[in-house]
Design a protein around this ligand. Structure first.
Ligand code: SAM
Length: 261
């Protein structure tokens, strides 16, 4: 590939550490029949080792220069489909509506909205393995009472089992990012979703509850749920959102739904 200057606006930090690349591929554990989608293949650090294991690999790359270079580089290979698209607005069901495996060293500048976008397709996804900023991985995996626990933790954990696997130093990338990175595995499940009556209402209540971190639940939910409704659910209205479990949020959201039918 001709020399490509990393573009900051696309969050480009290219992996070059072969040991880290090998560890990520081991975690992904690609099987030839699987439908794997790589988000942000860049110059192909993960793409080439993945291709060796797969009948077909779909890659989504927003940078036209990189997408073209990848298409050229792999022109002789029949098992790669390069989609020059924005993963943030991509409809993943265009590839398949079941058993998707989604992987990638994600552009950190859009990682949170991208995760929220992917949650919409959780019924179609078997698992996801991503490199993210370590701070974002810690927020996703945090438990109630932890300082990192917030809207992102509740929303991801309501849809997926989340596991932090290992950390990656900035030196593994070129150019190196300013932050530590980590690998996370997300496995969609239905444990919580089957209890949620109205998913958009759930998302609304979680957003409201964390809208003002210093305020109590009662204050944050003013206009949506009354103090007595919160007490009826055995939840303290004076508590702060960061102390509530995913199940507590489901109860609040279901009560909100019943009131607003
Ligand atoms: N996978 C490569 C690696 O590990 O070396 C590159 C990773 S780099 C952190 C992120 C990649 O995502 C870049 O190639 C960037 O151009 C691409 N990208 C950025 N925003 C994107 C978007 N919205 N949709 C798809 N790809 C995007």
């Amino acid at each position: 590939m001709a020399e490509h200057r990393a573009k900051k606006r696309f969050g480009q930090h290219f992996l070059h550490d072969q040991n880290i690349i090998h560890r990520i591929i081991t975690v992904i554990d690609p099987k030839h029949h699987q439908t794997i989608i790589e988000i942000g293949p860049g110059k192909g650090a993960l793409t080439f080792p993945l291709l060796e294991h797969l009948d077909i690999l779909h890659v989504l790359e927003l940078d036209r220069d990189l997408a073209q270079a990848l298409s050229k580089k792999y022109a002789a290979k029949k098992n790669i489909v390069v989609h020059c698209v924005d993963a943030l607005s991509y409809d993943f069901r265009e590839i398949s509506n079941q058993h998707l495996h989604i992987v990638g060293n994600l552009p950190y500048n859009i990682s949170t909205p991208l995760i929220f976008h992917l949650l919409r397709y959780h019924h179609s996804i078997d698992d996801m393995v991503f490199m993210l900023q370590e701070e974002v991985v810690d927020r996703i995996c945090a438990t109630p009472g932890n300082k990192d626990y917030g809207r992102l933790s509740v929303m991801v954990q309501a849809h997926c089992h989340a596991e932090k696997l290992f950390t990656v130093n900035p030196g593994a990338f070129s150019p190196p990012p300013k932050v530590m990175s980590a690998i996370i595995k997300l496995k969609p499940h239905n444990i919580f979703l089957k209890k949620i009556i109205d998913p958009p209402g759930f998302a609304h209540i979680v957003k409201l509850a964390f809208s003002q971190r210093r305020k109590t639940l009662r204050n944050c939910l003013k206009g949506a749920l009354e103090k007595n409704q919160i007490i009826d659910l055995n939840i303290a209205p004076g508590a702060r959102a960061e102390t509530l479990s995913v199940d507590d949020f489901i109860q609040l959201a279901n009560s909100y739904h019943e009131e607003n039918q």
